[in-house]
Design a protein around this ligand. Structure first.
Ligand code: SF4
Length: 281
């Protein structure tokens, strides 16, 4: 059995940076360290950080003292102000690519554009982007949602960093039939595009594709959807324990990709288990 890893897979720059900032915070402070929501969408990494004293909270109100780490997805700027006003230490791990998308939204507001954010309505990054538009933007998840949307005046588009290019293109195709006054910022980050392209390529060359990463991770779920389109034998798993031996019957070539929040050690355990199962068969 042959195992191939996608050319681009696993931890991205933003996640590595956030974890480094979290480590530095734990090393330099004796007070409690909190993340506002799980620092990344990977339950195994969040659990390991808990062991080092970094706990996730859902609101600033839950914290009396110490440090609050803002995760890669970014937040409403009012939350940052609240952390500072409460006298808590702030570590802002918002990914610079998300910060750029936030800035694009703020600029469009200043220039008087009506704003469309392409992304998942309830994803924390989109909730943060909406806040930069004073909650006045329209969130669009797919082209279908544009059927009944009336476009009036100048319209600016900003995209959740982990969206697929295909979804952006299909939404733009429809938007262009509704208005000529359109300004588009493709804020999909390079790490996302590279991982999606590499996953699409590999999934067409293998008999079975494993996509490794948090089930709550938007970018991992998107990788799984992309692979599934090319290869019916695609499975989204969080850990090696989820591999079912029956999947491997008659399989010669397995492809692996991993979301931007999946550490190498989880991918390695998946490879080890596959090799072990191949040795047994
Ligand atoms: S996927 Fe892109 S935007 Fe998100 S944290 Fe990684 S580098 Fe930043």
């Amino acid at each position: 059995m042959r195992i191939s890893l996608a050319k681009h897979a696993g931890y991205c720059y933003g996640v590595q940076r956030a974890l480094k900032l979290a480590r530095e915070a734990t090393n330099s402070s004796t007070k409690p360290i909190h993340t506002l929501g799980p620092i990344i969408h990977n339950p195994q990494v969040v659990e390991s950080l808990q062991g080092q004293g970094v706990n996730a909270v859902s609101s600033v109100d839950e914290v009396d003292s110490g440090t609050i780490i803002i995760r890669t997805h970014g937040v409403d700027p009012k939350i940052i102000k609240k952390v500072k006003d409460c006298g808590l230490e702030l570590v802002d791990a918002t990914c610079p690519f998300v910060a750029k998308a936030q800035q694009r939204v703020a600029d469009l507001v200043k220039e008087g554009y009506n704003i469309i954010i392409i992304g998942e309505r309830n994803h924390p990054e989109v909730v943060g982007l909406l806040a930069y538009a004073n909650n006045q933007a329209t969130v669009v998840e797919s082209a279908k949602e544009l059927d009944n949307l009336e476009i009036i005046g100048r319209t600016g588009v900003v995209v959740q960093t982990t969206q697929s290019l295909a979804n952006l293109e299909s939404i733009l195709d429809v938007l262009l039939t509704k208005t000529k006054d359109l300004k588009v910022f493709n804020t999909i980050c390079n790490a996302t595009s590279q991982r999606q392209e590499a996953a699409a390529e590999l999934s067409q060359q293998v008999d079975l594709m494993l996509v490794v990463g948090g089930k709550n991770s938007a970018n991992t779920t998107r990788l799984a959807q992309i692979c599934q389109k090319n290869n019916q034998e695609t499975y989204h798993i969080e850990t090696d324990d989820e591999i079912d031996e029956l999947w491997l019957a008659g399989i010669e070539h397995i492809g692996i990709t991993a979301g931007a929040s999946t550490p190498d050690w989880i991918v390695q355990k998946v490879i080890d288990r596959l090799e072990m199962l191949a040795g047994e068969s």
